[in-house]
Each structure stands twice: as structure tokens, then as C-alpha cells.
Design a protein around this ligand. Structure first.
Ligand SMILES: Nc1nc2c(c(=O)[nH]1)N[C@H]1C(S)=C(S)[C@@H](COP(=O)(O)O)O[C@H]1N2
Ligand SMILES: [Mo]
Length: 430
């Protein structure tokens, strides 16, 4: 059982802004101008702000692709039946998960790459741990060093913060920026690795450390309009870093595959996908708050109902449900069909799922097929006998241990993060 540290991201963020202003926070790779704008909007400086640049770097541009196309930069095969390719990314089709077990096989796991999968040699790989939050100089670890430390195994989902983004347009008629994922930018795997806390302790973690920032060894990320944002990286507050974060070197009992971070990735249970830095090569441990483009211009909520400077940086994923069906799905009238699906939440275990086969007028409880657990999904099923031919909509609505239930709509945000509303799954009855 994980102890859940309460981290007030909003307070933490404001404290960081103040420290930055006081010259004690660092923000490499974030243009000083952009950060000043952010600070202004947060009310931390007096001058008037002009607005935040958002949405330009959310995703690689999607290229039109033929059947069986490969996403550029992804190593594993992406069969048309299993994946939808979006530019440098590949989304798992939910219909392909129907016959899989609780864990998503690595071959079917979605891939979200800012650039391309690098091919790294595990024997040459080194992790450098450095920064003002250590008592001494840099420490280096090879893969054999990590493997010789006490190992921990846990199941957890990795889910893109933009999973479900396509439904802002498709279901709510709202235009957002970024890859228009349906619900397939999520997977659950069994991860094995060493606790980040253990590695930090061995590297000489100081009491005054506040942030840990992992960076990837993949290429620097250049936005569509030509701005080089540097290595993919995002700071973690020390409280989360010491809680349940792993440096994972195995996925479902095998060494990590190239597309998922070989040889080592960060695994941050329940948090937005971007926190799970793949191909990690460097951990900056800082006594000062850190910024990167991935916790300032991106991965906050911007929009009319949010503060002008955006929400606090995103942490936990939201509540979602998906049917293991093609979209649209076809069923014969008069026969009984077993509908299956999965629900998950970054807030806690999914404790109940309601199903509607008549577009939301009537609901009945699904049968849960897994013991509800935090950081993973709960599988469910329900039997359905459609009476007459015609079009229908299937809805699944989950509730988690915090008491949260999926709403009918998700409040708009410009970059389309954290879509959590009930998805209306189209069906044709023949
Ligand atoms: N180094 C690196 N780490 C990364 C990324 C990346 O492009 N480079 N993408 C992030 C994002 S946005 C997500 S959603 C997850 C996706 O993990 P997966 O490709 O293993 O499914 O990895 C995260 N870690
Ligand atoms: Mo993501």
C-alpha cells in the first residue's frame, strides 16, 4: 500500500515563483521573458502581462498515413489492427486489449515520443546524479549498480495527460491543441526497478533539496515553430520523488524495450505521463525550485476558467473508462453480448462502474473483475441484449475511492489535458 503524500502543488508553485524572483530558483531552457510573463500573471511581479504562449509544443504534427504505416522514430511494429499512428506517437486500439490480461503487453503499449526512440546500449549507459541538493559532488550509476540495489516491483499505469483529448472536439465541439488521442494513450505494466529514494540517498541527498529533475537521452525537442526546448525533462517535488517513484529497468518481466525507455525510465505512479521520463540519463537534485517548459507553458490548464498564469503543474491523472470495442462497434439484435472494459483513476482505486446502453437514460452496475487498487485499472463486464436494429451509444461511468465520478462534460482547457467526462461509444445494432 502506498502512503499518499499530500502535496499542495499550488502553494508549492507560488513558493517557487517567489524563490525564482528572489534569484534562488533556476529555469534553464525557459525563456526569461516567458517566465517573467508567467510570474506577472501569477501576481508575483507588478508589471502588466500580455498572455502566455501556449499550445505550440504539445505534440508532433500528425501526418496523413496509409494502412500499416509506421510512426517515424518508433522501433516496434505497429500493426494497423492494434495501433493508430499520430505523427511520432502510436495509440493503442481498445479493441486490441479485449483479449489481453490485466497487464498491457509491451508490444501493444502506446508510445508517446517527442522526437524518436534512441537506441542505447545498456552496457554504456550511465546515470549522473548531481546538483545543489546533494551533500557532495556528482554520483554515477551504471545499470549493474542499479540492479545490485534492493529491487521493487509494482503495477502502474502510464497515461498521457492528453489521453482522451480528441473528445474535446468530438463530443464537446471545442478546439484544443495537441495530438487528438481517443482513449488509447494508456497502458498498465508491471515495472521492476529501484526506488528513486534509494538512489538519491546513496548519492548523498541533502535535507534542503526541493526538486529532482530527470532528463531523457533522446534528442533535444524542437517545437513546430523552431524553438529548441532542450532535453525532455520535468521537475518532481522531492516529496513525490521520495514517496513511490521508481527507476524502472524491467517492464512485464523483461528488460525495458527501446520505445519505453531502455535501459532505464522514471516511473511516477498516478501522475501525468510526462513525469515518467524515458531513457533517463541525468537527475538534477536541486536546493532551488526548477522550471522546465514541461511544467510552465505545457502541462498546466489554461483557459477561461483557469487563472491567467494557468493552473498549478499537472500531477495526478483523472478518472476514465473505456470499452474494449472498435469504434463504432457492431452487434446483432436479439443476441446477448458480453461488453467488457476498464476504468482507472489517478485519484485512487476505481470502486464502481455504471453502464448505460441507452445513451445515459438508465444505468446498471458493471461486474468488477479485479480487486480495486490504486495506480492501475479495474476491469469490468456487463451483458447486453440489444432489442432492435439501429444506432445506439454505450456509456461507462466510473467512481473512485475519493468519491469522484466521471462528469458529463470536462471543463475546457486550451491544450486539452485531463479529459475525464463519460465517453459516448457509438454502436450499430444490425
Ligand atoms: N525522454 C522522454 N521521456 C518521455 C517522453 C519523451 O518524449 N522523451 N514522453 C513522455 C510522455 S508525454 C508520455 S505520455 C510517456 C509515454 O510513455 P510510453 O511511450 O512508454 O508509453 O513518456 C514520457 N517520457
Ligand atoms: Mo504525454
Amino acid at each position: 500500500m502506498t502512503t499518499r503524500t499530500t502535496i499542495d502543488e499550488r502553494d508549492y508553485d507560488r513558493r517557487r515563483l517567489r524563490q525564482w524572483l528572489g534569484g534562488t530558483a533556476r529555469a534553464e531552457g525557459v525563456a526569461r521573458r516567458d517566465l517573467l510573463r508567467l510570474l506577472t500573471l501569477a501576481g508575483a511581479v507588478a508589471a502588466a502581462g500580455t498572455g502566455i504562449a501556449t499550445g505550440k509544443a504539445g505534440a508532433a504534427a500528425a501526418a496523413p498515413r496509409g494502412p500499416g504505416a509506421r510512426a517515424s522514430g518508433i522501433v516496434k511494429p505497429l500493426p494497423e489492427d492494434d495501433f493508430v499512428v499520430h505523427g511520432t506517437n502510436a495509440e493503442t486500439r481498445w479493441s486490441a486489449l479485449r483479449d489481453t490480461g490485466f497487464l498491457t503487453p509491451a508490444e501493444l503499449f502506446f508510445v508517446r515520443n517527442h522526437t524518436a526512440t534512441p537506441l542505447l546500449d545498456a552496457d554504456d549507459w550511465r546515470l549522473t546524479v548531481w546538483g545543489s541538493g546533494l551533500r557532495g559532488g556528482p554520483a554515477e550509476f551504471g545499470l549493474a549498480d542499479l540492479r545490485s540495489l534492493p529491487a521493487t516491483e509494482r503495477s502502474a499505469f502510464v497515461e498521457c495527460a492528453g489521453n482522451g483529448r480528441g473528445f474535446f472536439a468530438g463530443q464537446q465541439g471545442e478546439t484544443v491543441s495537441g495530438t487528438p488521442w481517443a482513449l488509447g494513450a494508456v497502458g498498465v505494466a508491471r515495472w521492476r526497478g529501484v526506488r528513486l529514494a534509494e538512489v538519491l540517498r546513496r548519492a548523498g541527498l541533502a535535507d534542503h533539496a526541493v526538486d529532482v529533475q530527470p532528463s531523457g537521452l533522446d534528442a533535444e525537442y524542437v517545437t513546430g515553430d523552431g524553438v529548441n526546448l532542450g532535453r525532455v525533462r520535468r521537475p518532481l517535488p522531492i516529496a513525490k520523488a521520495l514517496d513511490d517513484v521508481l527507476l524502472a529497468y524491467e517492464m512485464n518481466g523483461e528488460p525495458l524495450p527501446p520505445d519505453h525507455g531502455h535501459p532505464v525510465r522514471v516511473l511516477v505512479p498516478s501522475w501525468v505521463g510526462i513525469a515518467n521520463i524515458k531513457w533517463v540519463g541525468d537527475l538534477e537534485v536541486s536546493a532551488e525550485p526548477l522550471y522546465s517548459p514541461w511544467n510552465t507553458d505545457m502541462y498546466r490548464l489554461f483557459g477561461p476558467t483557469y487563472p491567467e498564469e494557468g493552473s498549478a503543474p499537472l500531477t495526478r491523472q483523472t478518472l476514465k473508462s473505456a470499452f474494449e470495442l472498435p469504434s463504432p462497434a457492431t452487434f446483432a439484435a436479439g443476441a446477448t453480448h458480453r461488453l467488457t472494459g476498464r476504468s482507472w483513476s489517478g485519484g485512487g482505486p476505481v470502486t464502481g462502474v455504471g453502464i448505460s446502453t441507452d445513451g445515459g437514460a438508465n444505468w446498471l452496475p458493471a461486474r468488477l473483475r479485479d480487486e480495486p487498487r490504486a495506480d492501475v485499472w479495474t476491469r469490468w463486464s456487463v451483458d447486453w441484449t440489444p432489442a432492435a436494429p439501429g444506432d445506439a451509444e454505450l456509456l461507462a461511468r466510473a467512481t473512485d475511492a475519493t468519491g469522484a465520478t466521471q462528469p458529463e462534460r470536462t471543463v475546457f482547457n486550451e491544450q486539452g489535458y485531463l479529459f475525464g467526462a463519460v465517453v459516448r461509444h457509438p454502436v450499430t445494432v444490425t
